[in-house]
Design a protein around this ligand. Structure first.
Ligand code: HXC
Length: 514
């Protein structure tokens, strides 16, 4: 009998209710018992209240093998759609572990592909919440094809719209390559892991005994592999932090930057900065102090905080506008550039450049890290990544040298020579080929056994080069500024660069040393 009127609406409501239940109450309980929210709860927490519009709620798989005939659940293990974060349109997919373990079928993949295509077409960030047992085992190659379809869209979306992945459960096998190609990957401590091959296969192939957590947990990927940009204690914190991150990002590569009210005094002087750099040139200080002091409301969204700590990367706002910060950290390895820090910063610089986010570079770098580990590991190629990234970047680039800017690292760190737009130094800056001690040991090798002579030579070298004025005389430094005025000067510099237009020669793309 054909349904009419209210019955039709009731039927629709029933179908929706059924779909919203996913894999059913028992599996939802299991998800909660594991300390995890469900796919739908996560969307509710992430998006502005009432803003979620679901697509493809009734999609089911088309598998007939291995008992799957008739075994369908509406939505097929992924909840997809669009909504708002702080009023900004967002596309989202959230894998539902309660439905076939969130595993990816061809139908499940086609839902994600649809979302990615809409995000590209309509110019909005896309967020993927990953919680999946991987390829739908009953589907075989259909599932693998589905993954490849997703990968392709991730690549096409790269540089067009920001892509964010949050790993909130298993993410194993080839499935890891979708998050790996997005701009930012975050994990939840204790409940998420990522690996290409799991502990069992590792044991069979290499005889190593390792737990899933050790192999691919949040600590591993934030501290050792750098696969993840950050980790959070639970789902709620992770989702709140993604809401915070979105506020720093434009909707797409031609969109204006999101502005917040400029309600932190732009001319705020910061007396503490006048004594930030210690008198002893070899004593460390915390560069984060500078970042937090100049940023609007001290708000710094740090990325890769637990990896390559000798360089800091993240977003701040200056007078309401987002700025990407790259800063040497003298507290760790004296702020040297090495393989890991070069890679970390290069990727960040390229993200900022792709999305027109101005870059602030804070410099205190004694040079590149020496040693066989670095040379054998390819510091030449990895250091070149950062050099390349800065040189090709056409966004506004403002640089402030606080202390050391030695050797090749001086060139690399957004120097004037790489098209730095405004290059400032504090009076404590030392811009030279190397430190005075090293320089004297090379220039006056024959006098090394005469301590007095060497002391004088060192003092001469320091007097000549341990300051910003030689560079300023040549115009490599635009101005030597008083530390307590730094916030005002940086804001001024960026505001004058708002209309910057710069293009690289026409090309398909540059060949960054990967
Ligand atoms: C189909 C799956 C599944 C999968 C889990 N399930 N993984 N169904 N395909 N890949 C189902 C289970 O049958 C179960 O169904 C439910 O999801 C929950 O799984 P459990 O095992 O009960 O959960 P848990 O103990 O938490 O273990 C989670 C898990 C485990 C670690 C993810 O399920 C697991 O190892 N799954 C297989 C992982 C895997 O090998 N995937 C293929 C990787 S290769 P019921 O009905 O009982 O609730 C790959 C290639 C991609 O992904 C290549 C791309 C290029």
């Amino acid at each position: 009998m054909k349904l009419t009127g209210q019955d039709i609406i009731n039927e629709l409501q029933d179908r929706r209710e059924q779909a919203r239940l996913g894999g059913g109450a028992a599996r939802i309980d299991r998800q909660h018992a594991a300390g995890k929210l469900t796919a739908r709860e996560r969307i509710d927490v992430l998006l502005d209240p009432g803003s979620f519009e679901e697509t493809d709620m009734f999609v089911v798989h088309r598998t007939r093998d291995f008992g799957m005939d008739g075994n369908t659940i509406a939505g097929d293990g992924v909840v997809t759609g669009s909504g708002l974060i702080h009023g900004q349109l967002i596309y989202i997919f959230s894998q539902d572990f309660t439905v076939f373990g969130g595993s990816l079928s061809a139908a499940h993949a086609s839902k994600i592909v649809k979302i990615l295509k809409l995000a590209i077409q309509n110019g909005a960030p896309v967020i993927g919440l990953n919680d999946s047992g991987g390829a739908r085992i009953q589907e075989g190659v259909d599932s693998l094809g589905g993954y490849a379809d997703v990968f392709l869209q991730n690549v096409l979306a790269s540089g067009v719209v920001p892509q964010i992945s949050v790993i909130m459960g298993p993410c194993a096998g080839g499935a890891v390559y979708s998050p790996a190609m997005t701009d930012f990957t975050f994990m939840v401590r204790g409940s998420s892991y990522m690996f290409v091959t799991g502990p069992d296969v590792v044991k069979t192939v290499t005889s190593e005994e390792v737990t899933a957590e050790e192999l691919g947990g949040a600590d591993t990927h934030t501290q050792i592999s750098s696969v993840a940009d950050g980790a959070f204690d639970n789902d709620l914190v992770a989702l709140a932090e993604i809401r915070r991150l979105i506020r720093f990002l434009p909707a797409h590569n031609a969109a204006p930057l999101p502005k917040l009210p400029a309600d932190d005094d732009l001319a705020r002087t910061i007396p503490a900065l006048d004594s930030l750099v210690p008198e002893d040139a070899n004593s460390p200080y915390d560069m984060k102090e500078l970042i937090i002091n100049v940023a609007d409301h001290s708000d710094f969204f740090e990325l890769q905080a637990d990896f390559a700590k000798n360089i800091l990367t993240g977003f701040i706002r200056l007078n309401g506008s987002p700025v990407g910060v790259v800063a040497n950290q003298p507290m760790v390895l004296a702020g040297c550039l090495d393989i890991d820090s070069s890679r970390k910063a290069a990727r960040f610089v390229r993200f900022c450049d792709a999305f027109n986010i101005p870059i602030l570079t804070l410099v205190d770098v004694p040079g590149f890290m020496p040693g066989t580990a670095q040379e054998y590991g390819g510091i030449i190629k990895h250091g070149a990544k950062l050099l390349f990234a800065y040189a090709e970047a056409t966004v506004p680039k403002v640089t402030l040298i606080t202390r050391k800017a030695y050797g090749g690292a001086y060139d690399v760190m957004s120097s004037k020579h790489l098209r730095g737009d405004a290059n400032y130094a504090w009076p404590t800056a030392e811009i030279a080929v190397m430190g005075a001690k090293g320089a004297v040991e090379i220039l006056y090798r024959s006098e090394l056994n005469d301590a007095d002579k060497i002391k004088k030579r060192t003092a001469d070298y320091e007097n000549r080069f341990a300051n910003p004025f030689i560079a300023a005389e040549r115009g490599f430094i635009d101005d030597v500024i008083i530390p307590h005025n730094s916030r005002f000067r940086l804001i001024q510099a960026f505001s004058k660069l708002r209309g910057k237009r710069q293009q690289n020669p026409p090309k398909k793309f540059g060949n960054i040393p990967l």
